[in-house]
Each structure stands twice: as C-alpha cells, then as structure tokens.
Ligand binder design. Sequence first.
Ligand code: DLL
Length: 431
Amino acid sequence: MNYYQRDMECAPAESMRALQSERLVKTVRHVYDHVAYYRNKMAEAGLEPGDIKSIDDLHKLPFLTKDDLKSAYPYGLLAKPLSDCVRIQSTSGTTGKRVVAFYTQHDIDIWDECCARAIVAAGGSNEDVVHVSYGYGLFTGGPGLNGGSHKVGSLTLPMSSGNTERQLQFMTDLEATILCCTPSYAAFLAESLISQGLRDRIKLKAGIFGAEAWSEEMRRDIENKLGIKAYDIYGLTEITGPGVSFECPEQTGMHINEDHFVAEVIDPETGNTLPDGSKGELVFTCISKEAFPLLRYRTRDICVLNRDVCSCGRTLVKMARLMGRTDDMLIIRGVNVFPSQIETVLLKSGYSPNYQIIVDREKYTDTFEVKVEMTQEMFDDTVKRIEAREAELLSALRAMLGISPKVTLAAPQSIARSEGKAVRVIDKRKI
Ligand code: DLL
C-alpha cells in the first residue's frame, strides 16, 4: 500500500487528536487576533480564545454559514494581509455574488498535498501521466489536482475541460495513466473514445472523479468502459477545493484529511453534534490554513462519518457518499446552480415567475433546460423577435451560471400550476 504522507494518513487516533487540538487552539487564536468578524461572533457566543483548549471544545464555537460568507464578502473573513496571499479561487453563490477563498503559499501547499494523497491512494507516482480535465480557473478542480500531481512528481497534462478531440489526442499520444475530471465528463470521454475506435489506444489505469454526485452503477460503467479503477474525491471551495477527502483502494468511503480539516456531523435542525454513524449535515473546521481558515462551516451536504479501521491502513475518518443537501443547490455538469439565481435572471429580464428547471441525464451527461412562460405581450411578438429574446435570455443565464441551459419560451399559462408549493425544479436524474 502506498501513501503520500504515511505519518499523517496512518497516525494513531490519540496522536491525531492531540495534533488537532494543538492546531485548533492555534487557529482560533489566529482568527480571533486578525478577523473582526470572528471576534464579534465569538463575543456573541460569550467566548474567548482561551475557552477553546482542545478539540473537545470545538462544539462551543459558533457555526459559519454561506450567509456569513456573503455578508463578509470579499475580505471580511480574510485572516492574513493581502500581501501574504498568492491566489483566490471561487464558487458560484446564491445572489450572483461569489464566494471568494484566499490562499497563502502555505495554504496552496497543504491543498496540493491533500490532492497528492488522493493521487497516490489511486496508485499514482512519478511514473504516471496525470490528465487533468477538471476546469482550470476560478473552479478549484483543475488547480487542485494539478498541484497534487506536481507534488507527486507525475507528468501533468493541464487539459482543462472541453475540446474533446484534443482531450482524446493527448490522452492517447501522451499515454495518460490517471484521468481526473467529473464523473459525467469521464463517461462522456469514455463514450467518445469507444465511438472513435480509440479504446485500445489508451493506457489509463485509474480515474479520480468528483465535484458532483455519482452512483456505484456509474462507477462500474466507467470502469468497464475505460478499463480502470475509478476513485471518488470530495471537497468544496470554501474549505480548500478537492482533496478534503479521497478514496483509497478499499473504496468504503472517503478518508477525510483530518490533520487539516476536522469533520463533524450535526443535526441540521438543532445544530447539535451527532455521534459517528449518524446521518446529518457535514461541518468542517480548517485547522492548518492561514488566509481563509473557516471554523465550523456548515456545508449543507448530508453525510455519515465512519471511524471503523480501514484495511488500507489509513486511520483517517471516512465519509460516506453524500446523501443529498439541506438546500436546493443543484450540481449540473459539475457546476453549482441555485434555482434562485435562475429566478433572478428571469425576473430581471421581464419574464413571469412561472418557470421550470428541468434536469436529466443522458448517457451520463446532464441535460439542463430552463422553461419559462412569456407574457401575453411577448407572445404576440413576431417569431424573429421571440427567437431574439430566447438568445438574450440564454446569454443572461450563461453569464449568471457559467453554464448554458436550453432555453424554452413557452406560451402564457402553459406551465402547470401547482396547488401547493410550486414545483420549479424537476430533477429526473437517477443518481
Ligand atoms: O466541487 C471541489 C471539487 C473539485 C471536488 C473536483 C472534487 C473534485 P465546489 O464547486 O465548491 O467545489 O462544490 C462543492 O460539490 O459541497 C458537494 O455538494 C459537491 N461535491 C463535491 N465533491 C463531491 C463528490 C468542488 N465526490 C460541492 N460527490 C460540495 C458528491 C460532491 N458531491
């Protein structure tokens, strides 16, 4: 069994807790001293840094939510001077304002190490060619796996997403051995390889797929089509990006990099911490980061933690596949989409609030349609004008969401009214 940082990945439970306590105390002091937002939140909870003496005191700290991130946007939670920061990454937010996460070089280094652990767990080494088809840019997928691959010393192909022909050309010509992308893109690449008769020309042995929900069935299908072993990887921009947790060859859950991120599961209603094995909302506390170390951040991801010893030798706690979200966020082709963002665009563009968001999956690729009723006035326009409206709406939605839906302008009164809560999202995907 190979590890990237065996001392941390296989640390005895006691020494991991001691390390977590030490790092938590230090991080609480750090944010208290440098971030007014934390000072105020702690004051409201009647807390001073000295009250947090070990990991056992973690539950005393107030939660942070996406609303906190919104109100502190952009610099309100920054715990280092900007002159010490070297990078931002970002994710989409509910109001179009994005969450901006800051990194010092130290933060980038630990993030890269977390991704390196995932690559090594998937069998990677400096002999490998790692083909990264996650998006590069503000999205954390590309930069995270790219950095991990560099740490491992693998030859890294920074492909980013899109341009299938080029993907297939590099994958075959440069004999990529590990593919990193969303599971739906992996399935799409597999289909394309097969349809172009290139399946026998690839040298892939493993895939590291995450950023969206996928099923065991989908895993087997991708594995069979590409002749690889497919590994899950989890993370979120607010905490660091991919590599918060990763799968080992046992594939009985994703090991959380607990020396950097302390996980709790809470009851989303009461906020009480639940014992391991209970289903609830995942909460993370960053204990080693400098610039943007969120404390008790509520992810809205529903999950179960499992501390059973893993036969891979790692002692890091495992999280099960996600079981949903506590909010209405959709992940479409790997992009986080909130129905409220779509509604904002529709209303701003003069449409009625009668709309539907229809998501499905065809051949493992998400389809995404926004259907909205026109007003009577719009409906009476010429066909040419209606087509122009459709194009305008598409570009406004693309600007807000970062991906393009199929836009359908429907006749007035044509979308079924519901008697209770309006059914705006129709997600037909079976994941
Ligand atoms: O999706 C980071 C990432 C990139 C993870 C590449 C893995 C690989 P965000 O865009 O901030 O960050 O979205 C985070 O995506 O809260 C989950 O709801 C969902 N998510 C991430 N990984 C998985 C996964 C990246 N393996 C949100 N399975 C998270 C299911 C996932 N959902």
